[in-house]
Design a protein around this ligand. Structure first.
Ligand SMILES: [Cu+2]
Length: 591
């Protein structure tokens, strides 16, 4: 399929913006950020868009904090409606020309949904990756109306990392983040400074990647009005235009030097497979990854041969070497991941031909780097990075509680499919209801479902200080980035499964399926763990036909937290569940 759409916006004409920096130590650790409506220009040739933003900007200011220096932040909600996003479901998945509606601007015949327009601006902010007491973690139902004070305390007692803050309102996170409510948060520490890593511009820059779509007028001209459009078959919004730090396809002039890019995929649903492309071929060897979600890896790693995969909320700390390039040289960052993403490979060598309308990827362009004449500076990359963590030992995991969660898609008659997470418990011998069986090496474990929706009773009560093993079992056709609030985790395994879901086996609560460890004959994925996933993670991709096992140890704060899929349309409906961390001395008193 080589259908290609013309580009309604000129790529690589806007300079990459650097979000304003708010350095907490300069303010004695006390910050105020207003959450308000504003206007933002996403591209030189676009009219201004109405947005909701932290301090009224897209993205919000980058907050920088020092490890162990607490930050007290007043999130001042000054929002007022209406939501600056037109939300619609197009009547057909493809337009009259057979082009998928999600690949083109405009409403594609969809009527604006009146309910999102009526949103008055309740909000709650979550610091993603923050080791934050429960009362300040941004529980999705603890909302603040415009004018109601919200002063949150962030202890910052955690290692250096790129975090991000964003709205987390129950059911509408997908609209609020899309409207602009997201910003970066960097924690710094002595270990990073010992390594001499670039800190701040010009050589350290954040790259916050988000896809966006806009409405068109009668003459098909883009109006700048933000559009969240889905179609009858796909419940996630995959928008055609890629923005970096709030600009569509920007360009960055770079010196012949090594740059540190702090990359976050802040898109609602789109996964990126990023390839740095030169004149005719990929130049991935220029990139060294030194950190992931929760900061430095133990040692630098290369980017995987097909490119760097980042699902929603995943981060990468990259060193990119431009030092050998002549002035005028250009490198383009391309995305080769089709949507919805299912883990499929796409060769980096073909990245410039990655446009794929059926894969909802009309424009693979992300941004461009242009080398300017300047002094050449080379930087040696240290070979040992983090020294403060190791993999949990088999002894530490031997008695660890094991928790199993099945990810399932439930078909509905008169509404888009619903995605849920089913918490499982080993079924008693006399259990007669629907079962999920998991067979491994001749041994079968029988599970029953104990929770399916966010509001079902809490079943996970992890004890502080103790390792747990969580098993995420994907019984859907797409990759889900699963995020745990509070402490980071480490991946233990990623294994292929084959499975059968019984006829009508997915109902509102129960699940009847049989799963066997081992590869399905039609399964093309390699189910490997990338080197860059062997660090401290808070969001992990669970691909189709796969069980991911992770080890997590909650350490500091007791209380009610959430874990969820970070595809925002899934999180909102209904891939989110609570867990309650408990201090050991209270466990005997649990009923
Ligand atoms: Cu999901």
């Amino acid at each position: 399929m080589t259908r290609v759409l013309t580009q309604p916006l000129v790529p690589f004409v806007d300079t990459l913006p650097v979000p304003p920096r708010l350095l907490a130590p300069q303010h004695g650790g006390r910050l105020t950020v207003a959450i308000r409506a504003g206007a933002h220009r996403f591209h030189r040739d676009l009219p201004e868009s109405r947005i909701w933003g932290f301090d009224g900007t897209v993205p919000g200011p980058t907050i920088e904090a020092e490890r162990a220096q607490p930050v007290t932040l007043e999130w001042r909600n000054e929002l007022h409606g209406p939501l600056p996003v037109v939300v619609t479901i197009a009547p057909e998945a493809t337009d009259a020309d057979g082009v998928p509606v999600q690949a083109v601007p405009g409403l594609s015949g969809g009527a604006p949904d009146e309910h999102p327009t009526a949103l008055a601006g309740h909000t709650v902010v979550h610091l993603h990756g923050g080791l934050t007491p429960a009362s300040y973690d941004g529980w999705a139902e603890n909302l603040f109306a415009p004018g109601q004070p919200a002063v949150f305390h962030y202890p910052m007692d955690q290692r250096a990392a790129l975090l991000w803050y964003h709205d987390h309102v129950m059911g509408v996170t997908k609209y609020d983040v899309y409207a602009g409510l997201a910003g970066l948060w960097i924690i710094r520490d002595e270990r990073e400074r010992e390594l001499g890593l670039p800190e701040g511009p010009p050589f350290e820059l954040p790259l916050l990647i988000q896809d966006r779509n806009f409405d068109v007028d009668d003459q098909e001209r883009l109006t700048g009005q933000l559009v969240h459009k889905t179609d009858p078959d796909v419940m996630e919004a995959f928008a055609p235009f890629t923005t970096v730090n709030g600009k569509v396809w920007p360009v960055l002039d770079v010196q012949p030097a090594t740059y540190r890019f702090r990359v976050l995929n802040g898109s609602n649903a789109r996964t990126y497979q990023l390839v740095l492309f030169g004149d005719e071929a990929p130049e991935l060897e220029r990139i060294t990854q030194i950190g992931t979600d929760h900061g430095l890896l133990r040692a630098p790693v290369s980017v995987p041969p097909d490119g760097l995969v980042l699902a929603s909320a995943e981060r990468a700390d990259l060193l990119v070497d431009f030092s050998d390039l002549e002035p005028g040289s250009e490198l383009t960052l391309l995305n080769t991941a089709a949507a919805p993403f299912d883990g499929s490979a796409f060769p980096a060598a073909d990245a410039s031909d990655a446009a794929d309308l059926d894969g909802l990827l009309p424009y693979p362009q992300v941004m461009r780097f242009r080398v300017i004449q300047d002094q050449v500076t080379r930087r040696k990359i240290p070979h040992q990075l983090a020294t403060d963590y190791r993999s949990p030992t088999p002894e530490a995991l031997a008695g660890a509680p094991r928790r199993a969660i099945a990810l399932v898609e439930r078909e509905l008659d008169d509404a888009p499919n619903m995605l849920t997470m089913r918490e499982l418990e080993i079924a008693p011998d006399d259990h007669t209801g629907p079962l999920l069986t998991l067979t491994e090496g001749g041994q079968t474990t029988r599970y029953r479902t104990v929770a399916s929706h966010f509001e079902d009773a809490t079943t996970f009560f992890p004890m502080l200080g103790e390792y747990e093993v969580w098993q995420l079992i994907n019984l859907t056709g797409d990759t889900h980035p699963i995020h745990l609030h509070l402490d980071p985790f480490q991946i233990l395994s990623r294994r292929a499964i084959r499975y059968e879901i019984r006829q009508d086996g997915i109902d509102d609560f129960d699940l009847a399926a049989s799963i066997t460890l081992g590869r399905d004959p039609d399964d093309q994925l390699d189910h490997a763990i990338d080197d860059n996933e062997r660090g401290l993670k808070d969001t992990i991709r669970v691909n189709p036909h796969e069980i991911v096992e992770l080890a997590v140890r909650f350490t500091t704060y007791a209380g009610r937290y959430m874990y969820h899929c970070h595809i925002l349309e899934h999180e909102d409906r209904d891939m989110m569940r609570p867990f309650v961390t408990m201090p050991a001395d209270l466990m005997p008193f649990m009923a």
